[in-house]
Write a protein that binds this ligand. Structure first.
Ligand code: A3P
Length: 276
């Protein structure tokens, strides 16, 4: 149905062998010349790895746990998405350029496509990785419900598409490996979605893993150079739980029109689990 200009903008095209939305590719020069600042914090993820989750955590930390302040705008509008372009709306670069410092920005770009000024300014990078299996399942359901992304086809077909990296932002494997490889040369906090999950329980209710979100959130607080009271930390753990964020209209994408995200096919906040 989208045979309009919008439809064209949303098709996937390659840059350096990586599929990105056509409007992003059209805007590539502006994106590559983006001027990062030394105090920028860049949230970096492969799609479906918990971007929204870490964004809400970072915002709660920035706002010192003030829930009302985090309700000021939908999550997509709080942190400019560097490679986002959909003319005539302002691009991610334009939004970042008008944002006061210190800025928190976000990207799904693999390291080799990141605007060079991020490296030159030694910015802070907060990377969240999620295991490939859950990412693939999540991306599959996302492409089913996202009416402006290619139809994923059957699960068997999608399996091949995903494994060969023929999805938006390219191969999961190359993405995670690329960011992992540079993590000791730059200011990178490398987190895992699975570590951020609440302590999961075994068949007889015994904890299966020792990590809990508070420990990971504490790492983010330190990385951001902040210090927060224990009670504020607890509040952030509560407010950023899957259950809370699923009900929160500022994080659950319920404000996005159905012709873009059809949540009757699959909800944006689908399961939020790590597979055993
Ligand atoms: P599922 O599809 O497996 O449910 P992104 O924000 O990068 O698009 O990632 C979306 C995925 O993160 C979805 O995974 C979503 O449910 C999950 N997610 C979002 N908020 C979460 C939270 N607070 N806790 C756990 N998972 C969350």
């Amino acid at each position: 149905a989208l045979t309009t200009e919008l439809g064209r903008q949303l098709q996937l095209r390659e840059v350096g062998g990586i599929l990105l939305q056509a409007a992003t590719v059209d805007n590539w020069s502006e994106i590559q010349h983006f001027e990062a600042k030394p105090d920028d914090l860049l949230i970096c993820t492969y799609p479906k790895s918990g971007t929204t989750w870490i964004q809400e955590i970072v915002d709660m930390i920035e706002q010192n746990g003030d829930v009302a302040k985090c309700q000021r705008a939908i999550i997509q509008h709080r942190h400019p998405f560097i490679e986002w372009a959909r003319p005539p709306q302002p691009s991610g670069v334009e939004k970042a350029n008008t944002m006061p410092s210190p800025r928190t920005l976000r990207t799904h770009l693999p390291t080799q496509l990141l605007p060079p000024s991020f490296w030159e300014n030694n910015c802070k990078f907060l990377y969240v990785a999620r295991n490939a299996k859950d990412c693939m399942v999540s991306y599959y359901h996302f492409q089913r419900m996202n009416q402006v992304l290619p139809d994923p086809g059957t699960w068997e077909e999608y399996f091949e598409t995903f494994i060969s990296g023929k999805v938006g932002w390219g191969s999961w494997f190359d993405h995670v490996k690329g960011w992992w490889e540079i993590k000791d040369r730059y200011q990178v906090l490398f987190l895992f979605y699975e570590d951020m999950k609440r302590v999961s329980k075994g068949p007889s209710e015994e904890p299966l893993q020792t990590q809990d979100p508070k420990c990971e959130i504490q790492k983010v607080v330190q990385f951001m150079g902040k210090s927060l009271d224990e009670t504020v930390l607890d509040e952030i753990v509560q407010e950023t739980s899957f259950e809370k964020m699923k009900e929160n209209p500022m994080t659950n994408r319920s404000t996005v029109p159905k012709f873009i995200l059809d949540q009757s096919i699959s909800p944006f906040m689908r399961k939020g689990e790590d597979s055993p």
